[in-house]
Design a protein around this ligand. Structure first.
Ligand code: SF4
Length: 64
């Protein structure tokens, strides 16, 4: 699974960072992805990333 953030949409609210600090971090005014490729077998991280995607207020998180 690949995770990315659309920096044009991200407001830097920090919801994803609070939810899943192993994958997301704040950098300046926006969040960035520090773990871009996630092993699909890592179910704990995968579910936290999906939760972050659902909770992002501007739908800036993308999963491929
Ligand atoms: Fe940006 Fe969405 Fe994360 Fe908020 S939850 S910091 S808007 S990617």
């Amino acid at each position: 699974m690949k995770v990315s953030i659309d920096k044009d949409l991200c407001t830097g609210c920090g919801v994803c960072v609070d939810n899943c600090p192993d994958v997301f971090e704040l950098s300046g005014d926006t969040a960035t992805v520090k773990m871009k490729n996630i092993d699909d077998k890592n179910s704990e991280i995968v579910s936290k990333v999906k939760e972050s995607l659902e909770n992002c207020p501007v739908e800036a998180i993308k999963i491929d």
